[in-house]
Each structure stands twice: as structure tokens, then as C-alpha cells.
Design a binder for this molecule. Structure first.
Ligand code: AP5
Ligand code: MG
Length: 230
């Protein structure tokens, strides 16, 4: 199954994707992470997009759709993707639909993590990420310690776009460009709204319960089709 996680900047998309990947045979695709790795290795694309990301605006649809095509077309990823931070515009949502159809796939479920501006701002401001194991922590809300993190402290870094000015701009961009897509998925009956103000583990338990039901349902459909053929 393929799924999408929506939510404003700092809502917990990456945190929940990490938990899902650890328990289900799925692969996370964060367009933010893909773009940041282009910046890190200073590719031509990376040099072009650095200032856009640091200003809190969106990178062009063409650039992002090209990155996503590479991932969807890879047979290793067939029907097992978590889209984190994609699609982000209605045009990206339509491109995703076309791409998935081309590779004989679909979206099974869309989660929307609902969190207000003040909370996401605090979360993004306090975020630190381990550049070695890629776990996401928060110096205020979910601090790394010797029990939950084994890598050395030197690997913990802040993101360049996690400053108050850019966080505000990212939030505004989300409201203007990304929030309207939620209706698109609601109309298709795929949307699950989740209260993102709860604790990380509580949110994950809800997601897990829903995904397990879908997995069972897929199994029933598979069995039914199989029995029909006998
Ligand atoms: P991206 O990297 O996707 O950033 P974002 O959407 O702003 O989301 P974040 O990664 O900031 O937040 P998150 O929801 O993943 O939260 P997290 O789990 O880390 O994109 C960055 C930029 O790239 C964009 O601004 C744009 O320029 C560009 N871009 C990316 N995709 C694009 C696209 N498709 N099209 C065009 N441009 C694109 O959690 C945040 C913090 O909160 C952490 O510290 C965590 O520990 C903590 N936390 C999480 N959940 C909880 C909880 N329940 N309780 C307490 N703390 C929590
Ligand atoms: Mg993220």
C-alpha cells in the first residue's frame, strides 16, 4: 500500500513516518530530505534550490515531480511508499495520480496531522536531527538521551530552515498551497484526520491501528480474488 502524510511544518510527518517504517514494510519518501541531500552534496540542483528552501517557499513542481518519478518507477518501491511532504500543490497531486497509474499503483490512505501554528512553531524551533541515524528529536519536547539515542552528540544538528522567520513563512506557504489539497483527498474518501496535538506514541498507535485494518482488508481482497480463480 502507498500512503500520504499531510500536516504543517513541524506537525510530526517525519517522526510518524520513522515509526511506521520501523513496523511495516514501507519506505519513507520525504521530498524535503531529498532536496536537502541535493544541497548537502552541492549538485547543480542543490545550488539552485538552497535559497528557496531557506526562504520557506516551495521548490518548483517540475523539480519535485522528477525526483518522485525516479522513486515510483523503481520496482523495489512498488506499492510500499509513504509520501511525506508530497504532494504539496494541487498540480503535484494530479502528477502523482498520473504517475501512480502509469506504474499500476494507487494511494490507499491519506493521514492529515492537524496541529495549530503555535505548537508547530515550538516543535520546529526545538528540532534536532541525528545526521548519522536520522532520528528526529526535540530539545524541549522529546530530548535525546542515553536511552533513546546511541550516536554521539556531535551528529545532532538543527535544520537551516528551522528559524522563527522561515518557520512562519513555511506555515503560510502550507496554508496557501498545501491545505487546499486535503479536500481533494477527502472527496476521494481517502482522508483520515488525526489530532496531531497528542503525544507521539498516541498518534502512532492510531496510525498503526488504521494501517493494520487496511492490511487485513487487502488480505481479504487477495484471498477472495484467489478463491474466485479456483
Ligand atoms: P520538509 O522537510 O518537508 O519540511 P516541512 O513540511 O516544513 O515539515 P518538517 O519536516 O519541518 O516537519 P515534520 O512534519 O516532518 O515534523 P517532524 O516529525 O520533524 O520541506 C522543507 C522544504 O523543502 C519546504 O519548505 C520546501 O521549500 C521544500 N519542499 C519539500 N517538499 C516539497 C514539495 N513537495 N514541493 C515543493 N517544495 C518542497 O517533527 C518536528 C519536531 O516536533 C521534532 O522535533 C519532533 O521531535 C517534534 N514532534 C513531532 N511530533 C510531536 C508530538 N506529537 N509531540 C511533541 N513533539 C513532537
Ligand atoms: Mg519532515
Amino acid at each position: 500500500m502507498n500512503l500520504i502524510i499531510f500536516g504543517p511544518p513541524g506537525a510530526g510527518k517525519g517522526t510518524q513516518s520513522y515509526n511506521i517504517v520501523n513496523n511495516f514494510d514501507l519506505k519513507q519518501v520525504s521530498t524535503g530530505d531529498l532536496l536537502r541531500s541535493e544541497i548537502k552534496i552541492q549538485t547543480d540542483l542543490g545550488k539552485k534550490i538552497e535559497s528557496i528552501i531557506n526562504s520557506g517557499k516551495l521548490v518548483s513542481d517540475d523539480v519535485v515531480n522528477t525526483l518522485i518519478r525516479k522513486i515510483i518507477s523503481d520496482p523495489k518501491n512498488f506499492n510500499r511508499l509513504i509520501f511525506d511532504g508530497y504532494p504539496r500543490t494541487i498540480s503535484q497531486a494530479y502528477s502523482l495520480e498520473i504517475l501512480l497509474k502509469e506504474f499500476n499503483q494507487k494511494i490507499s490512505i491519506v493521514f492529515n496531522l492537524k496541529v495549530g501554528k503555535d505548537i508547530v512553531s515550538k516543535r520546529a524551533n526545538g528540532r534536532v536531527i541525528c545526521t548519522r541515524c536520522f532520528r528526529i528529536f526535540n530539545v524541549y519536547l522529546n530530548p535525546p538521551n542515553s536511552e533513546n539515542h546511541k550516536c554521539e552528540k556531535k551528529y545532532l544538528k538543527k535544520r537551516a530552515d528551522d528559524n522563527s522567520k522561515t518557520i512562519l513563512k513555511r506555515y503560510e506557504t502550507y496554508v496557501a498551497k498545501t491545505k487546499p489539497i486535503i479536500d481533494h483527498y477527502n472527496e476521494r474518501g481517502l482522508l483520515f484526520e488525526i489530532d496531531g496535538n497528542q503525544k507521539i506514541a498516541e498518534i502512532y498507535n492510531k496510525i498503526k491501528g488504521i494501517l493494520e485494518n487496511i492490511k487485513d482488508w487487502h488480505y481479504v481482497c487477495f484471498l477472495y480474488k484467489f478463491l474466485e480463480k479456483i
